[in-house]
Design a protein around this ligand. Structure first.
Ligand SMILES: [Zn+2]
Length: 344
């Protein structure tokens, strides 16, 4: 294995490509949500104001809320809008999956080549020769998963909005403030739908990228010993990802199994040059070190990563970097490495 400068730059390319897609997707989804609320928000506001001002005895009852045709219409419109937005968010990502998968595989091919002596590079299996059915399988499986996970979101959010609005409310002597609060709470639930839909689409998209990288690794199994979990060592990184950076896994292990939205990359690790039959001394690995990165941060930046309690424990030697991640097993989703709680 010889992690070269070229390997570092290719790993960085994965991370910046994923960041561009994720940020672009998030920006587009957020803009769509804001536009939608600008359209439906005023109707809800009118309906709620009307209702609250009619609550003559200072109390808004469930029955009043349920009987208000205007409010019910506004809620129905919000529900339908949310349905359309979530659908659109999912299909935006689904439309890009083929490109994402292709990017992952071709970069993995170059990553493998970057670690080999020049004479061995022609042995790397060309990603362009991958069986298209295998690529389609990754795309289809991811699309299915995104659809399945986002499908119930609009109904759930709509149910929450209705439940919160029909809760009996004391209007008191400031009905306008009460109305404003009701509208604001509904908007928060509405935006919660945006957050959940984008996290799902993003996380599944990142996993599709990793599965394609794994496919490229499998095609080169004879050249590899496994793969390395690689975290972009820039800015305010997650402590779990920092802790996982540099850990090695066998080829048949999928991953990196990061937390939702984690952008860490799978980087193939080649066999030693001698094991590959080359009688040449191998250059030293130039893989950037997570410890060096963290040590190079200012104290404030370190606290941002670890929290005050975590930083103190780390500083006292009670919370070393290899303990910053713990494996979480959840129903309905893959295992994931998440930040471990800092010791008290
Ligand atoms: Zn990560």
């Amino acid at each position: 294995m010889a992690w070269t400068n070229a390997t570092s730059s290719l790993a960085a390319q994965i991370e910046s490509y994923l960041a561009t897609i994720v940020d672009g997707h998030e920006r587009a989804a957020t803009a769509a949500w804001v536009r939608a609320w600008d359209t439906i928000g005023p109707d809800l506001e009118l309906a709620v104001n009307e209702l609250v001002l009619q609550a003559a005895d200072g109390r808004l009852r469930r029955a009043d809320v349920i009987r208000s045709a205007r409010l019910q219409a506004a809620l129905e419109q919000i529900h339908q809008t949310l349905d359309g937005l979530i659908d659109g968010t999912a299909s935006d990502i689904i439309d890009q999956l083929a490109d994402i998968v292709d990017h992952a595989g071709s970069l993995q091919e170059r990553i493998i080549a970057s670690q080999l002596p020049a004479a061995a590079r022609q042995e790397v299996a060309a990603w362009s020769r991958t069986d298209p059915r295998q690529l389609a399988a990754i795309v289809d499986r991811t699309a299915e998963q995104i659809t399945k996970l986002t499908y119930p979101l609009a109904d759930e959010a709509a149910a929450t909005m209705r439940r919160e609005l029909v809760r009996g409310i004391a209007v008191g002597d400031n009905p306008r403030a009460v109305a404003a609060r009701m509208v604001r709470n509904t908007e928060v639930t509405f935006n919660g739908g945006l957050h959940r839909a984008t996290v799902i689409a993003r996380t599944e998209m990142l996993d599709a990228h990793r599965r394609a990288a794994q496919l490229a690794d499998d095609a080169n199994a004879d050249l590899l010993t496994g793969w390395t979990w690689t975290c972009a060592l820039v800015g305010n990184v997650c402590r779990a990802c920092l802790s996982m950076h540099g850990r090695e896994f066998p080829l048949d292990q999928s991953g990196p199994e990061g937390h939702p939205s984690c952008r860490c990359a799978r980087v193939a690790k080649t066999k030693s040059w001698r094991d590959l039959g080359f009688d040449i001394d191998e250059p030293d690995s130039l893989m950037p070190s997570a410890v060096d990165y963290f040590d190079g941060l200012s104290k404030t930046e370190q606290v941002d990563v670890l929290g005050q309690r975590g930083w103190t424990a780390w500083n006292e030697g009670r919370y070393p970097m290899d303990q910053w991640a713990s494996k979480r097993t959840a129903d309905g989703w893959r295992d994931s490495w998440v930040p471990s709680p800092a010791p008290a």
